[in-house]
Design a protein around this ligand. Structure first.
Ligand code: HXC
Length: 275
């Protein structure tokens, strides 16, 4: 449950634009930023899903603008940013959070399957950054990418996500260098396993979940608020000298590499084949 008391006013005067903001981790980020006083634009493919999420965010007493666009379409993203500026003012926080995932070994993956995740995660992040640039330059804003542990370590059944997220983090760091002199800060968050999210549904089974929790030094799943609070901090003036950082918010999971995940992926695959 997002608690607004300690976040109150942290992001007052800011306008946040969050891709993938209709659900999961990105909706959690939107709610935490709303609790901190920012106006919120949420962007996703399905307008009805965004409208429902917008009602939840409005409960924090801020203006909310749901805008439908596919991150794979640069022109649509540029239009979404312009519409947001007209509705809420210039964006000062952009969050590239939209992502896609499924478990599949490369030998079974089609060209289009690999490309689809590259297009959503990596090209979608590039398109969001490009479309955000003019407004972030005006506001000297913050650009935040939602990466994954797959950026740091190779993960079985995740070649598409590993390639995409490693690209996202290097894109982020390049932008931190190129756009830093203009006052724009760029950072990434690497979420750990977050309870109740689409990613957890896709990557775990009831059999592999306890193994995963056991591999987390904090011995628990994360919550969307764990990620939301980190996103508020990195986008706030308290992080004004942080740029180019890749911050794991994962209870220490990435310290152990991907060994447990690779073992669990074999079980996942074996489970699918036996059905
Ligand atoms: C193999 C698959 C597949 C699967 C899809 N494809 N699912 N291949 N195994 N389970 C292939 C399809 O066969 C097709 O290739 C291609 O991918 C595109 O599929 P579409 O369904 O047409 O694409 P689209 O509707 O755009 O959907 C994109 C998607 C989907 C990524 C496939 O799953 C999606 O929209 N996901 C969004 C939500 C999501 O995944 N959230 C979780 C993010 S978690 P062919 O060749 O047949 O045309 C995350 C964090 C990771 O990213 C880290 C967590 C710890």
């Amino acid at each position: 449950m997002t608690d607004s008391t300690y976040l109150d006013g942290f992001l007052k005067g800011h306008v946040a634009f969050i891709t993938g903001g209709g659900s999961g981790i990105n909706l959690g980020i939107a709610k935490n930023m709303a609790a901190a006083g920012a106006k919120i634009a949420i962007c996703g493919r399905t307008f009805s899903k965004l409208e429902a999420a917008a009602d939840e965010i409005r409960a924090f007493g801020v203006d909310v603008f749901p805008v439908a666009a596919d991150v794979r379409d640069l022109e649509a993203m540029e239009k979404a940013f312009l519409e947001t500026e007209a509705a809420l003012g210039s964006v000062s926080i952009a969050v590239a959070g939209a992502a896609g995932n499924f478990m599949c070994e490369v030998k079974d993956m089609t060209y289009n399957g690999f490309k689809t995740v590259i297009d959503i995660d990596l090209m979608g992040s590039f398109n969001t950054a490009k479309a955000a640039y003019d407004q972030l330059k005006k506001t000297k804003g913050s650009l935040l990418f939602i990466s994954a542990g797959q950026s740091l370590d190779a993960h079985s059944h995740q070649a598409h996500v590993c390639a995409a997220k490693a690209g996202v983090d290097k894109l982020m760091q390049t932008l931190a260098i190129e756009w830093g002199p203009g006052g724009i800060r760029c950072n990434s968050i690497i979420p750990g396993p977050i309870d109740g999210t689409e990613g957890m549904k896709r990557l775990t089974t009831p059999e592999t979940l306890p193994m995963l929790i056991n591999a987390v030094p904090a011995r628990r799943l994360g919550t969307v608020d764990d990620i939301g609070r980190a996103a508020v901090f990195l986008s706030s003036p308290f992080a004004s000298y942080i740029s180019g950082a890749v911050l794991p918010v994962d209870g220490g999971l990435t310290l152990g590499g991907s060994g447990m995940f690779n073992f669990a992926a074999q079980q996942f695959n074996a489970g699918k084949k036996s059905k």
